[in-house]
Design a protein around this ligand. Structure first.
Ligand code: NAD
Length: 371
């Protein structure tokens, strides 16, 4: 089996889909590995660190012979057009944003496994790139927030007096939010967590944070949240305002699958925040959790700094690549047997992660569970 790994081309993307530690795992399965020259330059890993991997300068030639193509972001259209009909592609896609790419995948009969579609079930945890990348984003949000604050997170005792600790509020306690809580706790802040799924209360408490209970349960399908009704929103806003206004650092991560980011912090709430307070809005990609957020920008609103970074995991490119490459290896291991690719469409993980196969969109791929 020939596997080709692309160099990422999107601006500010520092990750790479294969790291040296995963090379022996793939070769043990019989794979022959090819990579685009300088694919890991952004994380300062040289081509020579990849051992027996063959490097190629021309990306279309690279993918032309590949049975499997690996990358992080959706590939450029000319890459898909150069792939062998029937080849396999593994990457993040977010198909709703990529209509032209999906058309080409279908036309070329590419079997595309979209990493964001990995089901959130126990057996798929080792392949769950959304989780591995979100955890890093949650950690990074605290670090980023700190650099914009003009006060310390932990209690610091000096001969001149005692400082801190700062109050941190984490809103949205999925994978990223819980990692943000854990990080802020480790750094000595006083941390509160909030989510519309009451089961997150225990998770926040187990990390040493307190939980802001608004009395609203908006648990949706599959462990995700649903949108709040107008009445629930009013109730939540009233309960949250004093917590928002007491915070030195707020990290927001709230998301609802397939919807724009819910707005958790209104402009009047921002106006009432402490001067010097910082909001790190991790939901910028979906429009942001704060009404004043400008995705991709850092802005000042009165005395409050609102930071809304995009592609946060890329800021931790080395570690993000390490985890992503392992996620992809674990997914590939489900289909690589005796150096042959065989896709068992009755395997829930493969069936649900597949986006396109044999010229069709995979919601149409029938399996015993899906038919
Ligand atoms: P996500 O990125 O979809 O959302 C982040 C958080 O925002 C969620 O906790 C959600 O409840 C919360 N949220 C949505 N609207 C909100 C609002 N108005 N106010 C406050 N919070 C709001 O979440 P995620 O990190 O992808 O995790 C989603 C679920 O999947 C969780 O239940 C998580 O435990 C579960 N999960 C399971 C596995 C697994 O079993 N393999 C792996 C990862 C995640």
């Amino acid at each position: 089996v020939n596997i080709a790994v692309l160099k990422e081309t999107q601006p500010h993307e520092c990750r790479v889909a294969l790291v040296p530690s995963v090379v022996p795992k793939l070769t043990k399965l019989g794979a022959r590995l090819h990579m685009h020259t300088g694919a890991a330059d952004a994380i300062r890993v040289s081509d020579s660190a990849y051992g027996e991997v063959v490097f190629m300068d021309d990306r279309t030639a690279l993918v032309a012979n590949a049975d499997v193509v690996l990358c992080v972001q959706p590939p450029a259209l000319d890459v898909v057009d150069a792939m062998k009909p029937g080849a396999i592609l593994l990457c993040f896609v977010y198909a709703a944003n990529e209509p032209e790419l999906v058309k080409r995948l279908l036309a070329r009969h590419i079997t595309c496994f979209a990493m964001e579609r990995i089901p959130r079930i126990s057996r798929a945890q080792a392949m769950d790139a959304l989780s591995s990348q979100s955890a890093l984003a949650g950690y990074y949000a605290v670090a980023l927030g700190m650099t914009h604050m003009d006060r310390v997170l932990p209690k610091i005792t000096s001969a001149a007096g005692v400082l801190g600790p700062a109050k941190v509020l984490v809103m949205g306690l999925g994978v990223a939010g819980l990692e943000a809580i854990a990080t802020a706790q480790r750094l000595g802040a006083v941390v509160e967590g909030y989510d519309v799924r009451p089961e997150t209360r225990e998770q926040a408490l187990s990390l040493g944070a307190t939980f802001v209970d608004t009395g609203v349960d908006a648990t949706g399908k599959g462990g995700y949240a649903r949108e709040l009704t107008a009445e629930e929103k009013t109730k939540v806003d009233a309960a949250l305002t004093k917590h928002i206004q007491a915070s030195d650092l707020i990290i927001t991560t709230a998301a609802i699958p397939g919807k724009a980011s819910p707005k958790l912090i209104s402009r009047p709430q921002v106006a009432g925040m402490k001067p010097g307070a910082v909001i790190v809005d991790l939901s910028a990609e979906g429009g942001g959790n704060c009404e004043a957020t400008q995705p991709g920008e850092t802005i000042r609103v009165g005395g409050v700094t609102i930071v809304a970074p995009l592609n946060v995991p890329s800021n931790l490119g080395a570690d993000a690549s390490e985890l992503y490459a392992k996620n992809q290896f674990n997914l590939l291991a489900l289909m690589l047997h005796d150096n042959i690719v065989t896709i068992d469409w009755t395997d829930e993980v493969l069936a649900k992660t597949a986006l396109t196969h044999d010229g069709k969109l995979c919601d149409a791929v029938k399996t015993p569970e899906h038919s």
